[in-house]
Design a protein around this ligand. Structure first.
Ligand SMILES: [Zn+2]
Ligand SMILES: [Zn+2]
Length: 103
């Protein structure tokens, strides 16, 4: 049965955001899609389905993703294929630099 409009009928695409207040840290994965306010605390995200931020295929959040960046969760989770496919070329380096500069 199709759901009513407005319900989450898509696969969420997550980005890590900090919802903590007053200097506290409370990281969640929040869906970046328009009109979707879904988010999930990162410690509950393992095993959840989401969309890869690079190839946009469905993927499952694994422990690897949650400890990918020096024991920290990926900012924009992407699938194992995209991790492997990562090329050390200049464009990727520039994109990573620009992404790191966003707050
Ligand atoms: Zn969503
Ligand atoms: Zn991917």
């Amino acid at each position: 049965m199709p759901r009513k409009s407005g319900a989450a009928n898509h696969i969420h695409r997550y980005k890590k955001v900090n919802l903590g207040e007053n200097g506290k840290e409370f990281f969640v994965y929040k869906c970046v899609k328009p009109a979707c306010s879904h988010y999930i605390p990162i410690n509950l995200a393992e095993g959840k389905l989401c969309e890869c931020n690079r190839c946009f295929n469905p993927m499952v959040i694994t422990k690897d993703i949650l400890v990918h960046s020096g024991k920290k969760p990926m900012t924009k989770p992407h699938c194992a294929d995209c991790i492997k496919r990562r090329k050390p070329d200049a464009l990727v380096a520039i994109a990573a630099f620009l992404e790191g500069n966003k707050t």
